[in-house]
Design a protein around this ligand. Structure first.
Ligand code: BJW
Length: 231
């Protein structure tokens, strides 16, 4: 097989069968909660108690969830490619840690991680599994009230953009799994891959917003399509 470097972009759909809600499907997180009141820096400034309640609930749900066969298949793919001298660049928009718990070793979280907290006073980010509140103090600088989940909200700069662009440039195949293609810049990577002449594949439950950017599409639940792709 001449494919050596595979870029995989995952979204909420890969964790759906682990019981974590997607955002934009019917019944999804943003159909029940207003993202502008919860997932922006302005929302956190206006009502930190509400934002903490939402993310405390999401953190507890994420810790209870277990990886599914799609996460496990990507961990196998990473190991198989490494044995052949290749590389899997796994870029996830998800803030859960299910890829890591399935055995993936290198995971790039473009939208940050729910199991990390960052102090808005000193900027330090550290692993965090407890509920956060306006009374939480930063263990590093001691400031109170500024600890927040280390996730990327609307209007904030996504993380690891340089590493992601580099990996996209050297990929032999681009695969998007379980993402609606609604949120940028990640939603633009399929078009970029196409411009670079990289083959593109979408594995999704239903056609994504950017479906036209993919050369090939397999529709179905990730727990079936991803193991079939990796086999
Ligand atoms: C299954 C399945 C199963 C279900 N099996 N599949 C153009 C360029 C650049 C920026 C913008 C732009 N236009 C607008 C913007 C601004 C904005 C944006 O994109 N807005 C759009 C809504 C239009 N973007 C930003 O603000 C970003 N920052 C930014 O752009 O900074 C400046 C910049 C400029 C230029 C270059 C670089 C930077 C930040 C975005 C932050 C997003 N944050 C969130 C919340 C994170 C914390 C939290 O979890 O609460 O990230 S929003 C939410 O959406 C979350 C997700 O990661 C993200 C993507 O959602 P995802 O994963 O695609 O989920 P769904 O629900 O949408 O789709 C699930 C899919 O799975 C569906 O298709 C189902 O069919 C499928 N599915 N079950 C397989 N079993």
């Amino acid at each position: 097989m001449d494919i050596q470097n595979i870029f995989v972009l995952t979204g909420a759909g890969i964790s759906a069968e682990s019981g974590l809600g997607t955002f934009r499907d019917r019944g999804g997180v943003w159909s029940r909660f207003d993202p502008m009141k919860l997932a922006t820096p302005e929302a956190f400034a206006a009502d930190p108690v509400l934002v903490h309640d939402f993310y405390n609930m999401r953190r507890r749900d994420a810790m209870k969830a277990e990886p599914n066969p799609a996460h496990a298949a990507l961990a196998r793919l990473e190991a198989d490619l490494a044995k052949r001298g290749g590389e899997l660049f796994l870029c996830t928009q998800n803030v859960d840690d299910l890829h890591e718990r399935a055995g993936s070793r290198a995971v790039t979280h473009i939208h940050g991680e729910l199991l990390r907290a960052r102090c808005t006073a000193c900027g330090e980010s550290r692993p965090w599994r407890e509920d956060l509140s306006v009374a939480t103090s930063c263990p590093h600088c001691g400031a109170t009230g500024g600890m927040r989940p280390d996730v990327v909200w609307f209007g904030e700069m996504p993380k690891h953009l340089v590493a992601i662009e580099d990996a996209l440039l050297k990929a032999d195949l681009f695969v998007a799994i379980g993402t609606s293609g609604a949120v940028y810049p990640a939603a633009g990577y399929a078009a970029q891959a196409r411009e670079f002449g990289i083959p593109t594949l979408a594995l999704n439950l239903e056609a994504a917003d950017n479906a036209g950017m993919f050369a090939r599409t397999r529709l179905g639940p990730a727990s079936e399509t991803v193991p079939a792709f990796v086999a």
